[in-house]
Design a protein around this ligand. Structure first.
Ligand code: FAD
Length: 505
């Protein structure tokens, strides 16, 4: 049996594992990704990038290649619980206020290309089957492939995580109460009820004759169909829900006929799978040298396009911290801050998807119908819409980092900057993060020239016509402010403490 030695072994080449692989490569960490599938499935799962994820991908120059593959559509705001009020992200000052529609497998392809450019190996047909961990490292056995030894393992192997099961970790939460089918299909004829454009989610969902369905046109005769039965959940059938049972063609035709009428005819079925709306979260994202990210750490109903985004953002949070730990420059507890910061974020998503599940119930009781009306009215109020838009887009996310300045822990809008010398050059804040380093942005030129910074922090002197709300800002590699001051004569000891406490010893 071949034995491979590396620094990090990542189990799972989904969006989470591949984003993490790219981040580690950027930081100069050697990693191997183990993937059980012999080749990538083109099944549509996650179909969209939320505004905050778009901003983070832009930090690494990954947004442009993704936008080039996006499904063309009129810009339309996101949704909460499929309610018919588009979410407006413009008050959050972002260059990307609309979700970008792009199939998950296309996102994975772009992420994998980037990771491969950084020297990361993705081994396919290599399902992790056993894990051993000790104080020095971990070893992963694969079904028919190599055994991999590494200093850390990151489990990104999805909602049914083998690593989680091998470790016997509880995955507390609620089982699903509804089951549904997701299918990539072609339609050979369509009734007027079939949506023509990829508009707001509320215009893509309908019900009829005991079914609910969501039909997203993808161009030509291709559609992404999601459907299930309306009516109270059938607990008896849910207990023996077999997500691997093949989806029969007649199940799809019955649903299509019920919701879109007999003139709507099914052509080819490219992919079809089953899913339920279970909600669960690991209690600890780190168990010694094993960490969990993405669906392996949290699952929830796929309402509002959150899961893939959550996983990518887990990876952006973890990558630079794991690299700093491996390279011996991490402040104590930096790695643990991954759990401390990301667990509450997923808990909040589990919380609001639970609320959405009630509101989006395809067979609402009178009480739920009344609640929907009230929430629709609330979403028409700018402040309420802004709040929910911030939540669903990820733009309002902030971490409870130490520091008194109001920017601490928050993202920054992608401001235009004029860079030294003489303010001649122009750039954008987002363009400063391609190296994966942290950035110390000096907007007044007041920082002492003899300030000694670790090599993983880039000092940028610039001016910003719109102002950023501070004169000096220290921004982590994942784009969150970990120290800021509005006082050009601020005490540099505070800055040094923030560096050694949050970024590097
Ligand atoms: C119907 C539906 C619609 C969705 N729509 C959206 C949406 O619009 N927006 C959104 O953000 N999210 C959406 N999601 C959720 C999104 O698809 C997931 O959250 C996302 O795939 C999680 O990414 P991941 O990398 O963590 O896990 P996964 O994508 O599940 O990847 C895990 C990888 O690990 C591999 N693997 C598993 N076991 C092993 C093993 N033992 N050894 C090696 N490899 C292994 C798997 O083959 C897979 O490639 C949707 C999900 C569903 C079901």
């Amino acid at each position: 049996m071949t034995e491979i030695e590396t620094e990090v072994v990542i189990v799972g080449a989904g969006p989470t594992g591949l984003t993490l692989a790219g981040e580690l490569a950027l930081a100069g960490v050697e990693a191997v990704v183990l993937e059980k599938l012999p080749e990538r499935t083109r099944q549509m799962k996650g179909g969209g990038i939320q505004p905050r994820t778009a901003e983070m991908l832009e930090l690494r120059g990954l947004l442009e290649p993704l936008q080039a593959r996006a499904t063309s559509r009129e810009p339309v705001g996101g949704h909460f619980a499929t309610l018919p009020v588009p979410l407006d992200c413009t008050p959050w000052q972002t260059r990307h206020p609309f979700p970008i529609a792009i199939p998950q497998w296309e996102i994975e392809e772009v992420l994998e290309e980037r990771a491969a450019e950084g020297g990361i190996r993705v081994l396919r047909d290599a399902a992790a089957t056993a894990v051993e961990a000790d104080d020095d490292g971990v070893a992963v056995a694969t079904a028919d492939g190599p055994r991999v030894r590494a200093r850390y393992l990151v489990a990104c192997d999805g909602g049914h995580s083998t690593v989680r099961k091998l470790l016997g970790l509880p995955f507390p939460g609620r089982p699903g109460t509804h089951r549904a089918v997701l299918a990539d299909i072609e339609l050979t004829s369509v009734s007027p009820l079939v949506p023509r454009d990829l508009g707001h989610m509320s215009a893509l969902t309908r019900q009829g004759d005991g079914y609910w369905a969501m039909l997203a046109p993808l161009g030509g005769d291709r559609y992404r169909l999601t459907f299930g039965r309306t009516g109270p959940a059938d607990e008896a059938t849910l207990t023996d829900f077999d997500r691997d049972a093949p989806v029969r063609r007649d199940e799809i035709t019955d649903a299509l006929r019920a919701v879109y009428g007999p003139e709507t005819s099914l052509g080819a079925v490219t992919h079809a799978s089953r899913f339920s709306d279970a909600t669960r979260q690991l209690e600890q994202y780190r168990v010694g040298r094993i960490l969990f990210a993405g669906d392996a750490a949290h699952i929830h109903p796929p309402l509002g396009g959150q899961g893939l985004n959550l996983g990518i953002q887990d990876a952006f949070n973890l990558g630079w911290k794991l690299a700093a730990t491996l390279q011996g420059r991490a402040p104590t507890a930096l790695l643990d801050s991954y759990h401390d910061e990301r667990h509450p974020v997923a808990a909040q998503v589990l919380h609001h998807t639970s609320a959405q599940r009630v509101l989006a119930d395809p067979h609402p009781t009178e009480d739920v119908a009344a609640l929907r009306d009230i929430v629709i009215d609330l979403l028409r109020l700018p402040d309420a819409n802004r709040h929910i838009a911030g939540l669903m887009s990820g733009l309002s996310l902030h971490y409870p980092l130490p520091g008194a300045h109001p920017l601490t822990g928050h993202r920054l809008p992608d401001a235009d900057l004029r860079t030294a010398p003489n303010g001649a050059g122009t750039t954008r804040l987002s363009a400063l993060f391609a190296s994966g380093h942290a950035v110390l942005l000096d907007l007044t030129g007041a920082l002492p020239s003899d300030l000694r910074l670790p090599p993983v922090i880039d000092l940028v002197r610039a001016t910003c016509a719109d102002g950023l709300g501070a004169t000096t800002v220290l921004i982590r590699p994942d784009g969150y402010v970990c120290w800021a001051t509005s006082d050009p004569t601020a005490d540099m000891d505070e800055l040094r403490a923030a560096i050694t406490g949050s970024i590097a010893k």
